[in-house]
Design a protein around this ligand. Structure first.
Ligand SMILES: [Zn+2]
Length: 66
């Protein structure tokens, strides 16, 4: 699961969110609860934590990884 970086347009707070590529979620700023957040980084980040989450998801729902 990739890690995305978002920036809030209201308070300029930057934060990171894990979600799937095709997942339609509303990103809410953890600081001001604003919903005007834009994606800063689209590249995948293959850190150990994201790899760990992927492994877990493979075990829980292997049908997603054909
Ligand atoms: Zn904000």
């Amino acid at each position: 699961m990739p890690l995305y970086q978002y920036g809030c347009e209201q308070c300029s707070h930057e934060f990171e969110v894990f979600h799937k590529i095709d997942e339609k979620i509303t990103i809410e700023c953890p600081e001001c609860k604003g919903k005007k957040c834009r994606k800063l980084v689209t590249a995948f980040r293959t850190n150990l934590w994201s790899q760990f989450l992927d492994d877990m998801e493979r075990k829980v729902s292997p049908h997603k990884f054909k």
